[in-house]
Ligand binder design. Structure first.
Ligand code: ADP
Ligand code: MG
Length: 242
């Protein structure tokens, strides 16, 4: 028996004012795996992610989670019922809530259940001593880890991440990338990571979907795409990795 994809996007299309921004996009994320949606700025990555998250509606195509239709035809499952976690470049923590209240926000269950889950996650991201701290007292890297803990708290089936590392200091970035990936793997959460940096995709992805001008131009394992790019533009895009 073949395994069902956690996320399956088929022929997704979205236009704004007559301009096709997401053009017949198909991609999959398998359970426990990381797919990177990689492409230059403006190629339609964030729009694709918004369609998957359910904050925007496709003109055509489908979004399925574990085989169940989330968007397509007349179906439009609301974002909070899709089992997706979201992390963006600006971590968007609630400034008026403590670290533990940020992580607990949106959690269901008894007070004790919530407290245990928050504690477990803060331990995991190495911030257990900061429960009562407020976001502005933390560094960028620490805030990113709180955002990760918060997004993981309700146990999403898949984490959707839109350029989550691009706001971070260069010196910290590699460490935080690896740490984030390790935590997501440990939780067993599948990941769709949007990035414009080939090096980041090579480092983090099990599979890359290469996007350009609204279309997916190539899909495959990082090694295969790097070694056999679909065309000259794809080759050029990867050429500044060393
Ligand atoms: P990326 O994330 O790859 O940088 P985006 O998905 O943000 O690209 O944007 C792709 C294109 O779609 C851009 O030209 C952007 O201006 C356009 N676009 C995105 N959202 C809208 C919108 N709501 N209305 C009009 N144009 C949009
Ligand atoms: Mg974007």
């Amino acid at each position: 028996m073949t395994e069902l994809p956690r996320l399956e996007v088929s022929n997704l299309t979205r236009s704004f004012g007559g301009r096709v921004v997401v053009n017949d996009v198909s991609l999959t994320v398998m359970p426990g795996q990381v797919t990177c949606l990689l492409g230059p700025s403006g190629c339609g990555k964030s729009t694709t992610l918004r369609l998957i998250a359910g904050v925007d509606r496709p003109d055509a195509g489908e979004v399925r989670m574990d085989g169940a239709l989330m968007a397509g035809g007349s179906t439009m499952v609301p974002p909070e019922a899709r089992g997706t976690g979201l992390i963006f470049q600006d971590f968007a923590l609630f400034p008026h809530l403590s670290v533990s209240d940020n992580v607990a926000f949106g959690l269901k269950g008894t007070r004790t259940e919530k407290r245990l889950r928050v504690h477990e996650l803060l331990e995991k991201v190495g911030l257990a001593r900061y429960v009562d701290t407020f976001p502005h007292e933390l560094s960028g890297g620490e805030q990113q880890r709180v955002a990760l803990a918060r997004a993981l708290a309700p146990r999403p089936k898949i984490m959707l991440m839109d350029e989550p590392f691009s706001g971070l200091d260069n010196r910290l970035r590699d460490g935080i990338r690896d740490e984030t990936l390790a935590i997501l793997k440990e939780e067993g959460t599948a990941v769709l990571l949007v990035t414009h940096e080939p090096e980041e995709a090579m480092r983090m992805a099990d599979e890359i979907a290469l996007m350009r001008g609204g279309r997916i131009v190539q899909r495959g394992a990082p090694y295969n795409i790097y070694n056999a790019p679909a065309d000259r533009e794809a080759a050029a895009f990867f050429s500044d990795i060393n």
